[in-house]
Design a protein around this ligand. Structure first.
Ligand code: BGC
Length: 782
């Protein structure tokens, strides 16, 4: 992988090498004589920069959307655009992509990940990495390994047997290393009892010795748990800083003989080498929004390529632009661009659905129907914030929202150990019982109109703000329209876990006619487009979902709309599968994931047929949660998550156990129809095969489809459980009435299993299947 000369130097003082082994703050490494600070930034759906309030960023489609494109070439362009975004934020390392697998549809971070399938994940993530790194920005691929759900994520042990690890969960990382990824982030979790950040088997034996990785291994934020053990295993850098396990403790471990100079120098050299490769300079620290037209056009295209048309009865879609549209749903007007947690960016000029349809001349009217806020939204008004620190510094700021999340000192002139007094008022726009919500990291007090509403004197943890904050406390307060409500927050100086946050929310009483107005509007329109889904609170880091059912009254809303309008189109705006009890009552259903900043333009163009939705499901949609592979094993006993479903992840489970999914892996419709014929397979010298097929566009419109190849097994080997594995795909564009021949190359690995400590092709026949989803396949024998 190294394409630059070895830069290891014995002249760097040992203190500097030690300083390099931990961040100095949330995003930077130390400056030393042979390296300026390296800046890291989240990822994966954009490049946020060093703060949540900083300049906006292009908002990219989430991981599942990228998986749904089944299009590595397109995703490589995404990577390049992300590389340019990283330059805009002066970042050298992008903390992305996330390549954990969808083990259960309720995994809180599934939306960041690409698929349930290891091969698809690897194909998409390799392209992502290639693209980003072509801009000399390093990818830090994450989270290595078995961080597939969020339940007790900081301590849980993912108990996975070696074959399952090798064939499924390690596979995307192995491929990324082979593709030259520069950095890798360890998971928070333990693997078979040991923290990933100090597992010698994982980091030293597999990653470095076997795969030959010579890049930087970085901890997840606060995911380092020891000094000597972690460094010995091969964890190069503890993030974030200031350090908790390194610095003086490294020196003590050295003096005690628990680690050697060599451990320190080699890790430090790798970090310096990473900076050199990424061309880190002293000067470049600016953060700007690029507002790049090329990126915007790409985001538009990728979003449309990720949308999966699940059902389209009687060619309901596309619709004519002279139809009147009732747009319905809690976030239907703007759409939800992204999931929650560290993957979020502050999006540049988001495109909403109402605006985009109106711009295309459609008569559209939006009704909310219901709300799905999980917590009470931050109050908006005019507020003054007085920051103070232990040195007596005081700095005053003015804000319009009572939602605060700090990952570094809040402003110049104030230390990172700080407190805040926040006061001001907002003016209720309706009279009645308002709901107040309050949550914080650490101690905090909220006073409303002079009375103490909440006093979190015993700080709670384990819920909000990545698990570092309290649960949300709620209470109702009677307010009068137009009479200012005075709010004060007292947030004292305190030690903190690297994050400080407080949110005071206020929600107006819900009008009684929200639901009926939406249904009435649907009844009046030619077409009802109902946008349902989750949001960045339901699908977010640090918490899994508990159900695949849509939150709030959304199922009822779809059913009520469908009852009054037979031209009902449902758009599912969620990062992972949801149940669809109303499926048989609506004409069309399209999954749009969290598609990023060009959501509105992309939805409008596919609804109106300006473009075809060409995504395919990168994850099986189950009929119910109890049908899913990990259901019997999730979440485990709180300490151990035993991966009892073994190799049968995703579609392999449904096929092997003959369970009917709601929609199978690989499914997706378009605006034309396809037939496959003339299947042929050719053995290659290296043990792989080429499988070829004619793709016939039998419709009247040019269109794109995804041809998929799977490998089966007919032999006697008792451990060859999966019925079929996904092994590769091609995505041809075929003109109306034309035929294109496509060839999919399946390498030898597609036929191999990890048996008896190595990769072997088990005895027996390995038929190849080709088709347009995991449930519509033709067998092709050699
Ligand atoms: C997440 C990482 C992320 C890091 C920095 C952690 O909470 O697990 O994916 O890169 O924070 O924000």
């Amino acid at each position: 992988m190294t394409d630059l000369p070895d830069t290891s130097t014995n002249r760097r003082p040992i203190d500097e090498s030690i300083a390099l082994l931990a961040g100095v703050d949330t995003w930077h490494t130390a400056a030393v004589s042979d390296s300026p600070p390296i800046r890291m930034s989240d990822g994966p759906a954009g490049v946020r920069g060093t703060s949540w309030e900083g300049p906006s960023s292009a908002s990219f489609p989430c991981g599942t959307a990228l998986g749904a494109t089944f299009d590595p070439d397109l995703v490589e362009l995404v990577g390049r655009a992300l590389g340019r975004e990283a330059h805009g934020k002066s970042a050298h390392v992008l903390l992305a992509p996330t390549v954990n697998l969808h083990r259960t549809p309720i995994g809180g971070r599934n939306f960041e990940c690409m698929s349930e399938d290891p091969e698809l994940t690897a194909n998409i993530s390799d392209a992502y990495v290639r693209g980003v790194q072509s801009e000399r920005v390093a990818c830090c691929i994450k989270h290595f390994v078995g961080n597939d759900t969020e339940f007790n994520r900081l301590t849980i042990s993912s108990d996975i047997d070696e074959r399952v690890l090798r064939e499924l969960y390690l596979y995307p990382f192995e491929r990324a290393v082979a593709a030259g990824v520069r950095s890798i982030m360890t998971g928070y979790n333990r693997l078979n009892g040991l923290f990933c950040s100090e597992s010698e088997w994982l980091l030293r034996d597999v990653l470095r010795a076997e795969w030959g990785f010579d890049g930087v291994v970085c901890s997840d934020w606060f995911g380092t748990h020891s000094t000597a053990a972690a460094l010995r295993a091969g964890l190069d850098i503890e993030m974030p800083g200031p350090t908790r396990f390194r610095g003086d403790l490294i020196r003590q471990a050295l003096d005690a003989g628990e680690i050697t100079d060599d451990h320190i120098t080699r890790a430090a050299d790798r970090i310096v080498e990473l900076g050199r490769w990424a061309r880190v300079t002293e000067t470049g620290t600016d953060e700007v929004s690029l507002h790049d037209l090329e990126t915007r056009q790409l985001l538009h295209r990728v979003a449309m390529s990720s949308f999966v048309l699940l059902q389209n009865t009687d060619a309901m879609l596309p619709i004519r632009s002279d139809r009147t549209v009732a747009l319905i749903g809690p976030s239907a007007s703007t759409g939800r661009l992204q999931g929650g947690g560290s993957a979020k960016v502050s999006p540049e000029e988001p495109s909403g659905i109402t605006d985009a349809l109106q711009a295309r001349g459609v008569d559209v009217h939006w009704e909310r129907g219901c709300h799905i806020d999980r917590t009470v939204p931050a109050a908006s008004g005019e507020f003054t914030v007085e920051y103070f620190d232990d040195d007596g510094n005081v700095v005053t700021d003015h804000v319009q929202s009572l939602g605060f999340l700090w990952q570094q000192n809040p402003t110049d002139g104030i230390a990172w150990r700080f407190g805040a007094r926040i006061s001001g008022s907002f003016v209720p726009d309706v009279s009645g019982e308002w709901e107040f919500g309050f949550r914080a990291v650490g101690r905090a007090k909220l006073v409303v109109d002079g009375a103490v509403a909440f006093d979190l004197t015993e700080p709670e943890t384990g819920e909000s703000f990545f698990g570092f904050g309290s649960r949300e406390h709620t209470a109702s307060v009677s307010l009068t329209v137009g009479t200012p409500c005075r709010v004060e927050i007292d947030y004292p100086i305190a030690d903190h876990p690297g994050i400080r946050a407080v949110v005071a929310g206020a929600r107006a009483p819900e009008p009684a006619d929200l639901f009926p107005d939406a249904v009435a509007s649907a009844g009046r329109a030619d077409v009802a487009v109902v946008v349902v889904g989750t949001n960045d609170e339901w699908e977010s880091e640090a918490e899994d979902r508990t159900t695949i059912d849509l939150p709030g009254r959304q199922n009822e809303l779809v059913a009520a709309v469908a009852a009054v309008n037979s031209n009902t189109v449902v758009i599912v705006n969620a990062g992972s599968p949801v149940s669809m009890p109303w499926l048989g009552d609506v004409a069309a259903v399209m999954q749009i994931w969290f598609p990023g900043g060009l959501l509105g333009a992309a939805v409008a163009d596919v609804l109106l047929g300006e473009a075809e939705p060409t995504g395919r499901l990168p994850v099986t949609f189950p009929k119910q949660l109890s049908d899913t592979p990990a259901f019997a094993f999730y979440p485990g006993d709180g300490e151990h998550a035993v991966y009892g479903e073994g190799l049968l992840i995703g579609h392999r489970w449904y096929d092997t156990h003959h369970i009917e999914p709601l929609f199978p892996f690989g499914h997706g419709l378009g605006y034309t129809t396809f037939d496959l014929s003339n299947h042929h397979i050719r053995q290659l010298d290296d043990g792989g095969v080429d499988v070829s097929v004619d793709v016939i566009n039998s419709g009247r419109r040019d269109g794109t489809t995804v041809v998929q190849a799977y490998v089966g097994y007919d032999g006697e080997h008792p451990e060859m459980a999966p019925t079929r594995r996904f092994a590769g795909s091609a995505k041809p564009l075929v003109a109306a009435g034309s035929t294109e021949r496509v060839t999919i190359r399946l390498p030898r690995r597609a036929f191999e299993s990890w048996l008896d400590g190595g990769w072997v092709v088990p005895e027996g026949r390995h038929p190849v299947f080709v088709g347009l989803s995991s449930r519509s396949l033709t067998r092709v024998d050699l």
